[in-house]
Design a protein around this ligand. Structure first.
Ligand SMILES: *[C@@H]1O[C@H](CO)[C@@H](O)[C@H](O)[C@H]1NC(C)=O
Ligand SMILES: *[C@@H]1O[C@H](CO)[C@@H](O)[C@H](O)[C@H]1NC(C)=O
Length: 403
């Protein structure tokens, strides 16, 4: 039975005060793992379940899913040209329907598939599905991130589900011109084993039409709390779906309609129709710390947070507005709402990564106040006119002040 199953070899190295773990087949594990000092906790998380019906199961805190980069190829006998045969041909994954194993670059028939991460990806045809079961901590918040790009239809949709959550990601808007848009999707499991599923609900004339998926990564997120001098949770966006460096060069899109309880940006709600972009200090200019949010979709996208306030009390709201030093030029403005008030912060960007601090006062009218931020204008990068971009916000702070 064991021979019919591929399994991961677990190699645990415990040194005096440091240790690391390698799960063969899962090529990268985030450096965060190495920071954990308790070997027992670590062993628990890296334990390989000998579950007979779940062939590729192992647990991790943060890292790529088993064959999450699709760099382990199916056996040639399990492929008919590019199409996977059966449901167990793709190492690490279960597949249903027409799923292709794709090598990046020019394709027969004249198409070109950009694969930004490694050499391979999968393509989900009409109503096709790929899934993988992973072990998680019930009640913890997770960010599932992955690269998704549409390949032919104008409005491709990708359904992502990790019970009890499920959502549709519209892939119609090109946020980045080189084909590798990375998305993050938040979920909070209530079981120890969850099945992560990507499904193409579309039915196109060409049954192979559908999104490319690559670089599937999972990260556990810490719950955010307000502090004594700031009522805003996760105020500098420091907790979020950050990934290994080489995989986040385009930033990470946070799709719309994500509630604060399961948002991949802990504490924050991603509102309305389009995504906002999570950016890091290694690839962009961020005002403070390691991360910030770029409002890339004008008035069609906003981030919001509900904070606790005392009705009638006066509060200060401060935040930083700038540009990411990513060829995003022009006359920008961030609009903020708090209680009954709205504030506009103009920002003239010459694309050199500057920022300024904005400061306002508002009077709370109830026990909960919704803070909302959006970009009042639309912008595209000066160097390609395709990739959406916009003002950056960071370091949001609310605290009570004397009248
Ligand atoms: C998990 O949550 C869903 C939806 O909230 C619920 O229907 C289901 O019964 C829960 N499962 C467990 C094991 O608690
Ligand atoms: C903006 O405020 C931050 C603190 O939130 C501070 O560190 C920074 O120096 C201020 N920058 C400017 C340009 O005023």
């Amino acid at each position: 039975m064991a021979s019919s199953r591929s399994y991961c070899l677990l190699l645990l190295l415990i040194a005096s005060d440091s240790f690391s773990c390698h799960v063969l087949g899962a090529k990268h594990l985030d450096g965060n793992l190495k920071k954990k000092k308790n070997p027992l906790e670590y062993i628990g998380r890296c334990f390989l379940f000998p579950a007979p019906n779940l062939p590729h199961l192992f647990t991790f805190l943060t890292g790529f899913l088993n064959n999450g980069n699709f760099e382990q190829s199916p056996k040639p006998s399990n492929l008919k040209k590019t199409v996977l045969k059966g449901t167990r041909s793709l190492p690490g994954w279960e597949t249903k329907g027409l799923v292709e194993f794709i090598a990046g670059g020019p394709q027969p028939g004249g198409m070109y598939f950009p694969v930004a991460h490694g050499a391979h990806a999968v393509r989900l045809g009409n109503e096709a599905t790929i899934s993988q079961t992973v072990a998680v901590k019930p009640g913890s918040l997770y960010a599932l991130s992955f690269v998704a790009s549409r390949t032919c239809a104008q409005n491709e949709v990708l359904t992502v589900s990790v019970p009890p959550q499920s959502g549709d990601l519209p892939l119609q808007t090109l946020y980045c011109s080189n084909g590798g848009d990375t998305y993050a999707w938040g979920f909070k499991p209530n079981t120890t084993l969850v099945k992560i599923t990507f499904h193409n609900p579309g039915v196109q004339e060409d049954p192979a039409c559908g999104p490319l998926i690559d670089a599937v990564h999972l990260k556990e997120l810490l719950p955010p709390f307000p502090t004594r001098d700031n009522l805003v949770k996760n105020p500098g966006f420091e907790e979020g779906p950050r990934r290994p460096l080489t995989h986040s060069g385009n930033g990470i899109l946070l799709p719309p309609k994500q509630e604060d309880k399961v948002s991949p940006l802990p504490g924050w709600i991603i509102e309305s129709l389009k995504s906002v972009k999570y950016i890091d200090a290694q690839h962009y200019n961020v005002p403070v710390g390691k991360s910030a949010v770029e409002l890339v979709a004008g008035r069609e996208s906003a981030i919001a947070q509900i904070i606790r306030t005392v009705p009638g009390k006066l509060y200060a709201l401060t935040f930083a507005v700038g540009d990411a030093k990513n060829e995003c030029h022009g006359s920008m403005a961030v609009v903020a709402f708090a209680a009954k008030d709205s504030f506009t912060v103009p920002f003239q960007s010459s694309g050199d990564g500057k920022f300024k601090n904005a400061s306002f006062k508002f009077r709370a009218i109830s026990a909960r106040t919704r803070l909302t931020f959006f970009s009042s204008n639309y912008h595209t990068r000066k160097d390609d006119y395709v990739s959406l971009c916009g003002p950056v916000i960071d370091q949001v702070r609310v605290f009570p002040i004397k009248a």
